[in-house]
Design a protein around this ligand. Structure first.
Ligand SMILES: Nc1ncnc2c1ncn2[C@@H]1O[C@H](COP(=O)(O)OP(=O)(O)OP(=O)(O)O)[C@@H](O)[C@H]1O
Ligand SMILES: [Mg+2]
Length: 147
């Protein structure tokens, strides 16, 4: 199932992410795709706030990822620099998936190793501060809960 939502501000994108986060449980993976500056990290920040993360949520572009204390913990991976993920690199990533909800920016590089996502998010620029947010999930109830 797929739903398309419109956002007109970063705060609105955070709010949509927060609504999704309320339905997620430890072990869930969410793929977050979209062009540079489309709002992927902003989306993850909104989800983190809903899950009780109080520390700053920043882009992990220059590290492999962040893990935040929350209820449950939230991991935020950014595979921007990867063209693929080798088994050795997967060994470094695996701890982020233990007892956490995991958001993955630029998930395409991890398609061979990442667990199947519970939901996929695609953010698209729509002029100025407007964004189109496409949410895809096999579980229709997950998306019905946030629309
Ligand atoms: N409707 C909106 N939704 C999300 N972000 C928005 C919106 N309108 C404006 N912005 C701004 O766009 C920028 C998005 O930056 P963000 O780091 O979230 O994007 P990103 O997709 O993670 O970028 P990158 O590809 O570099 O990782 C922020 O400065 C945010 O405030
Ligand atoms: Mg980002």
């Amino acid at each position: 199932m797929r739903v398309a939502l419109a956002s007109s501000s970063a705060a609105e994108t955070e709010g949509i992410a927060a609504r999704l986060a309320g339905w997620l449980v430890s072990g869930d993976v969410v793929a977050v795709s979209g062009e540079l500056g489309s709002g992927k990290t902003t989306f993850v920040r909104g989800a983190c706030r809903e899950l009780g993360v109080s520390s700053p949520v920043t882009s992990p572009t220059f590290t492999i990822g962040h893990r935040y204390r929350g209820l449950p913990d939230v991991s935020h991976l950014d595979l921007y620099r990867f063209s693929g993920v080798s088994p050795a690199e997967w060994g470094d990533l695996e701890p982020y998936f233990e007892n956490a909800i995991v958001f993955v920016e630029w998930p395409e590089a991890g398609r061979d190793v990442l667990p199947p996502p519970r939901a996929s998010v695609l953010l698209q620029h729509a002029g100025g501060d407007s964004r189109r947010i496409l949410l895809t999930a096999d579980d229709a109830a997950l998306l019905e809960g946030i629309t």
